[in-house]
Design a protein around this ligand. Structure first.
Ligand SMILES: C[S@@+](CC[C@H](N)C(=O)[O-])C[C@H]1O[C@@H](n2cnc3c(N)ncnc32)[C@H](O)[C@@H]1O
Length: 227
């Protein structure tokens, strides 16, 4: 399988038949927590990163131009769920970086605790992202905020958390699922309105990527925080 590093450090691209595959360098060689494939590559091990399971992978395959998450970064991840995308972010920031991975569902947190025992750069936090004051003593300032909570008030949640934890000129990845915000409106209208809320609150739009065909009626939005 022909494999090469993309222009985003730590993220690789391979061709398997007619399919393009993204991969990251596995920070836990020989161990996997999901159904990804592990592939030997130049003395290390890569993990396949499915765009159907991860919106960040879908955004990169669909042509994301900027990748602010890099080695050594601190990431606040809201809506980590079982940690699928989190583990790839963990591969990218490596051991010098750190992820505060937050979710309010105890069931998914149990799995994430298990993963964080093997990956030292993930700290699971069981909390409601609506109430950043309840975890302010556990989280440090972040270079990147990643939010994928699929809630009606997700823009408000993003703004509150950015004001408390995001470094000035830091970046936010905002996954928007149109149906989670308003099923009655056209997806494009929902996306415009959600982005509009952020532009009124110290954010600048960097890019917006549609996640078709991997995720229906979803976009990934990248913003920069300029308070
Ligand atoms: C779409 S899933 C996230 C998938 C994950 N980002 C990934 O790529 O692997 C949304 C998650 O957000 C969590 N969530 C929703 N509202 C939340 C809130 N207010 N606080 C914390 N977590 C929340 C849900 O429990 C769920 O696990």
């Amino acid at each position: 399988m022909q494999t090469k590093e993309t222009r985003f450090k730590g993220i690789f691209l391979a061709q398997r038949g007619r399919k393009r595959l993204l991969l990251t360098k596995n920070q836990t060689p020989g161990r996997k927590f999901f159904d990804e494939d592990l592939i030997a590559y130049q003395g290390s091990e890569l993990r396949t990163w499915s765009p159907n399971r991860s919106k960040l992978s879908a955004a990169i395959l669909n042509g994301l131009k900027n990748m602010p998450i890099k080695e050594g970064d601190i990431v606040l991840y809201l809506g980590s769920s079982y940690g699928t995308t989190c583990t790839y972010v963990s591969d990218i920031v490596k051991e010098k970086g750190f992820i505060f991975a937050l979710d309010f569902a105890p069931r998914v947190m149990r799995e994430l605790v298990f993963i964080s025992q093997a990956r030292n750069n993930i700290c699971p936090i069981l909390a409601d992202a609506n109430r950043p004051g309840t975890y302010k003593d556990k989280v440090s300032k972040a270079d990147v905020l990643y939010i994928d909570v699929a809630q009606r008030n997700q823009a408000e949640i993003l703004i509150k958390n950015a004001d408390m934890f995001l470094k000035p000129k830091g970046y936010a990845f905002f996954a928007i699922k149109a149906r989670s915000v308003d099923v009655t409106k056209k997806p494009e209208k929902v996306f415009q309105e959600e982005i509009g809320k952020l532009l009124k609150n110290n954010f600048k739009l960097i890019e917006k990527i549609n996640l078709r065909p991997y995720q229906k009626d979803h976009v990934m939005v990248l913003l920069q925080y300029k308070p």
